[in-house]
Every structure is written in structure tokens, then in C-alpha cells.
Write a protein that binds this ligand. Sequence first.
Ligand SMILES: CC(C)(COP(=O)(O)OP(=O)(O)OC[C@H]1O[C@@H](n2cnc3c(N)ncnc32)[C@H](O)[C@@H]1OP(=O)(O)O)[C@@H](O)C(=O)NCCC(=O)NCCS
Length: 265
Amino acid sequence: MLTLLEEMQTSDIDEVVAVIESHDEDDAAEAEASLRRVGGCMDMFVLRHNGKIIGVTGYSIPPGCDQTYWLSWTYVHADYTNQGFGRKILKELINHLKTLYARMLFVKVSDYVDDEDGAIYAAALHLYQSLGFKIELTHPDYYDEGEAQICLGLRLSEAPAMIADIDIPKENVPVEFNSVFEIPETNAAYTFSWHEEGERIFSKEDVIIGLQSVREKQGRIVFLSFPSNYNGIKQPLLEAGFKESGKLPDYYEDGIHDQHYTYKF
Ligand SMILES: CC(C)(COP(=O)(O)OP(=O)(O)OC[C@H]1O[C@@H](n2cnc3c(N)ncnc32)[C@H](O)[C@@H]1OP(=O)(O)O)[C@@H](O)C(=O)NCCC(=O)NCCS
């Protein structure tokens, strides 16, 4: 049961955007666009203090995964930080997710260092790690040259015994690329969208066509990821110049990871 947090309403958007703006205007603009979409406030929660919204947190559910969640916009107004509110709202959200039988919770954070304000996400990184999140993956130059994305994960349900020994058979799943697009919140970092269609797995030549298209759009870097149990993914990517860049463990289900690849121009 939630005691501190309240479900966010669309009428709360202006106050929530002000909370985020107290830290970063660009984040506030991105968050506002997302919150104003239909259903954008779903699974978001606010913290009120003396009637005023001073904190926000929430989660999203990636498709195709077994009880996996991402932490979404989590902010405490800059006038109220370092008083324990962030820890309280995160603990309450984590407990709420446990009641929903969540298995894994992931969060992304930037290592951005502002000229005036310093490492603005350092408190978040500290807080997540002190709550048990572990750094699973770091993507250098993700948001921009010199600004990495750090992905952390927290197991919320008990791990099955001998998880390392789970033998997940490789599957022959056909995979086709359908477009290339710039990743939101980044400067010229791209990814390819893909679906499970066609007769075969993409070839090295298909990958090179995608890279050519990103090059024409002046992309800096390309990030891709696939379930670790798909057969034949690694070879065409490595042959086209991608490098393996780590994995989010047990992302799809216990024993099936999200395997990441990076190509730098
Ligand atoms: C992250 C955030 C939500 C934390 O809220 P908060 O109310 O300040 O959190 P708390 O007071 O419960 O805890 C803050 C912790 O960070 C630590 N901290 C503060 N500044 C820090 C810094 N520059 N470097 C490392 N740790 C720092 C505090 O010591 C405290 O840790 P402790 O409890 O072990 O002493 C808030 O700082 C914030 O909104 N930051 C900007 C947005 C953000 O980074 N969001 C997450 C990424 S989307």
C-alpha cells in the first residue's frame, strides 16, 4: 500500500515539470513532452509536502519481458534535496513493485558534469547503489561525446537457485531491421528498430546498409541490443564493425539477457 506517494494526475503536470526544472531545463522539457502524451502520467507517482508537489517517481514496463520494470523520471525539488525524501520515495516505489511481483528493476543515469553545478546525477547514482542497484552496463558517449549512460539493475524477487546454470536453448528467430532513428534525449546517437519478421537473421550487408543510413544522417554512434538467446546475431554485427558492449542480465527472463552492441563512426 502506498502511504507517501500518490498516483500522478494530469492536473499535476505543471508542478511536476517545475520539480524537474529545478535541476535541469532539458530534462524538464523531455519529461513534459512524455507526460502530456495520452497515458503519459500512468504509473507515475508524486510526493506532496505541505500540499505542494516536491517529488516524482514512477516506472515503465518494457514489452516482451517477464516482470521487468524501468524506473522513470525520479526527482526531488532542488529546494528539498538531501533531507531523505529521495530515499523514502524510492523505497516505497520498490516495495510497491514487489507487491506487483516485479522481478527486475533497471534504471539509466547519465554521468553528465555541468560547468556550474558539477555532477548533477551523482546523488542519484549514490542513492541507487546504496539501495542495492548494481552497475550492469556503461555506454560511453551515449548522450553526447564524453557523456556516458550508466545502467543499473536491482533484483526484486528471489533469484532461482543455480541461475548461472539455467541452460537456455538458442532460438532461430528471424530478425529484420525496419528503420534507423536518433535515440531520444541524445545528440546524434542512433539505433535500428527491428522486428521478428522474414526468413532469416539479418546479414552483415543489411547491417552495413543501416550504418550507411546513419552516416548520411551525421550520426556519431549506434547502439543495438538483442535477447541473448537469439541465434546468429553476433557474427553479422561484429563483421560489420560493431563491438559487444555488455549486457543487462536476466532482462527478458531469468537466464535471457539483453546483449548490447555499439558501433562508433
Ligand atoms: C536523486 C534525487 C532524487 C535524490 O533525492 P534526495 O531527496 O536528495 O535524496 P536523499 O536525501 O534521500 O539522499 C541523497 C543521497 O545522496 C547523497 N548525495 C548528495 N549529493 C551527492 C553527491 N554530489 N555525490 C554523491 N552523493 C551525494 C546524500 O549524501 C544522500 O546519501 P545518504 O543518504 O547515503 O547520506 C535528487 O537529488 C534529484 O532529484 N536529483 C536530480 C535528478 C536525478 O538525478 N534523477 C535521477 C536520474 S533521472
